[in-house]
Ligand binder design. Structure first.
Ligand code: BES
Ligand code: MN
Ligand code: ZN
Length: 491
């Protein structure tokens, strides 16, 4: 369901509300609310003084009023004013809405006065209430395709009290919708999110500005994309090599490649059963690329993008690729597949080769749940970034500070080339456990040559095992807001 969002430049005493959300800092008797305090006969300050509401980040206290156009006030904590960041504001928005959702409210009014009292330098591109709204909206997502219950009360309307022109409403809404679009695709189990289904979704994005082309197995064969196709051999689902192009300007495109393994069992190098169900999210990169293209088009960003999703399942089977098999990629490079579970890089290597062959890319960015080692390294806190162009990486870092989808640069030491040496082919697809996160990146580097390129390993962050303040359990859509911000600053 789509939430209606309004920004109204009204005062708290001019509105009617079932619930008015008031974000507050710790240890302060909020000056901007003196009038509301006296209207409530001192209730507001009394509850702060009592310590019942301490304004710690994410804390919530609901007060009922009488004789007022405002039925209830929700005091919600922003934490210490001296420690405030845009991310904490987002989290506070998320926590407040979680609370209100659980109480069954349908219309929520948000007051922003305390946020406007911040005078210290805080690193941000938008006005502070924008972040509260973003956290609130991201929080409203739920994945209930398979568990629809009737008569659930949902939040249908959010009213933000602030100056209209200071909230980039379209920007926030497009970002949130794009993130949620990706989350839906990623959360959908592999029986319903096949390569064919991904191709259908890509086709549904086709418009005046977005062109979609799908290569079937045979066409991929003709292109010599045997690295990609080797992954598909064990599966009965037909692979799809999906290409989208968004044209918003003239000039050479930026190519985005998303890993799109709709289920990764490991193939003959089978993964352990425990947790294998989560390998439906091995197409998170592809979903994120679809969402970026969708968002960029809705925002009319003045640039050209190509999105490539080499989509397939990775299953064992009578026809599956066997450890030790040698295949050749579109570039002619031969690869010894020593581990069929290192499949993402095979698919992406051909996507990179295809991009260079046909699109003269200005740069290539691949987004992939590439290695378990990434998750071991970062937990759930950051994506790994590798690349051959520091200027581009700096821009991604800058965007990531804004969206708090953190990236951490990792090295691609020349020495890793040796790790990937094969006795019988140009290289092998896995170097085993040592530096697995980095040799994964290095493998891809061998296919990009001199094209400016960035690899984002999102295996760590694409999925939340538990609820976070504004991103519930399950798919996170990590990378969508990051890349839209990056593209916006670029254009
Ligand atoms: N899709 C996995 C990586 C992954 C693991 C993503 C856990 C998210 C959570 C990838 O295809 C894989 O299996 N990688 C192997 C590479 C190894 C064989 C070099 C891995 O990480 O074990
Ligand atoms: Mn794998
Ligand atoms: Zn995988």
């Amino acid at each position: 369901m789509k939430v209606k969002i309004e920004v109204q430049n009204k005062k708290e005493d001019e509105i009617k509300a079932d619930v008015l959300v008031i974000p507050l800092f710790e240890n302060s008797f909020p000056k901007p609310y003196e009038k509301l305090n006296s209207q409530t006969e001192g209730l507001l300050y009394r509850i702060i003084k009592s310590g019942e509401f301490n304004a710690k980040l994410g804390s919530n206290t609901l007060i009922h009023l009488h004789n007022s156009e405002i039925d209830r006030i929700l005091l919600t904590g922003l934490g210490k004013k001296s420690e405030i960041t845009t991310e904490k504001i987002r989290q506070s928005g998320g926590k407040a809405l979680t609370y209100l959702k659980s109480l069954g409210f349908e219309r929520v009014v948000i007051s922003t006065k305390e946020l406007d009292t911040i005078t210290s330098e805080i690193n941000c591109k938008e006005s502070l209430p924008t972040y509260f709204l973003e956290g609130a909206l991201l929080n409203l997502y739920s994945f209930d395709k398979y568990k629809k219950s009737e008569e659930v009360r949902e939040i249908k309307n959010i009213v933000l009290l602030y100056e209209e022109k200071k909230i980039p409403l379209k920007w926030v809404q497009t970002n949130v919708e794009a993130v949620n679009f990706a989350r839906d695709i990623i959360n959908t189990p592999a029986n319903d999110m096949t390569p064919t289904k991904l191709a259908e979704i890509a086709n549904s994005l086709a418009s005046k500005k977005i062109n979609v082309k799908i290569l079937e197995r045979q066409e991929a064969q003709r292109e010599g994309m045997n690295a990609f196709l080797s992954v598909a051999k064990g599966s009965n689902e037909p692979p799809k090599f999906i290409i989208l192009s968004y044209s918003g300007s003239k000039g050479s495109p930026l190519v985005l490649i998303g890993k799109s393994i709709t289920f990764d069992s490991g193939g003959i190098s089978l993964k352990p059963a425990e947790g294998m169900e989560k390998m439906k999210y091995d197409m998170a990169g592809g979903a994120v690329v679809l969402a970026i293209i969708k968002g960029a088009s809705q925002l009319d960003l003045p640039l050209n993008l190509i999105g490539i999703l080499p989509a397939t399942e990775n299953l064992p089977g009578g026809n599956a690729t066997k450890p030790g098999d040698v295949v050749s990629a579109i570039t002619g490079k031969t690869i010894e597949i020593v581990n069929t579970d290192a499949e993402g890089r095979l698919a992406i290597a051909d996507a990179i080769g295809y991009a260079i062959k046909y699109f003269k890319p200005k740069a290539i960015i691949d987004i992939a749940t590439l290695t378990g080692a990434c998750k071991i390294t970062f937990g759930n806190e950051a994506a790994a970034m590798m690349g051959n162009n520091s200027e581009l990486m700096d821009k991604i870092k800058e965007a990531s500070l804004e969206t708090y989808e953190r990236v951490w640069e990792m090295p691609l030491y020349e020495e890793y080339k040796d790790y990937l040496k094969s006795d019988i082919a140009h290289l092998k697809n896995s170097a085993g456990k040592d530096a697995a996160l980095l040799t994964g990146g290095y493998f891809l580097k061998e296919f990009v040559n001199d094209v400016p390129w960035i690899h984002l390993d999102i295996a760590s962050v694409a999925w939340n095992d538990k609820d976070k303040p504004y991103l519930s359990k399950g798919a996170t859509g990590f990378g969508v807001r990051l890349m839209l911000r990056f593209l916006k600053e670029l254009s």
